[in-house]
Design a protein around this ligand. Sequence first.
Ligand code: SF4
Ligand code: SF4
Length: 76
Amino acid sequence: MKVEIRISSACYLCGLCIESCPTRVFQLLGDHLKVDQDSCIYCRGCEILCPAKAINLRLLDEELTISRRKTLISIK
Ligand code: SF4
Ligand code: SF4
């Protein structure tokens, strides 16, 4: 599973995502969040919990699947 995780400037480092992520994707590094995108299982908990709505998730695999489906349909 490939997930793109973007943190906007609205993040105020409350730490909720760090505490709640089941696969420890987030780490506080100085004055910013370090994000290990490869560990994300796309549970979407952080996106819902973030009080600043600063987390944006995009499931890249699903988009690939959809674009493959579209290509297959256009070939038929
Ligand atoms: S929960 Fe949101 S505001 Fe809090 S540290 Fe994470 S991204 Fe930043
Ligand atoms: S979607 Fe789930 S696994 Fe991925 S970063 Fe957010 S809380 Fe962690």
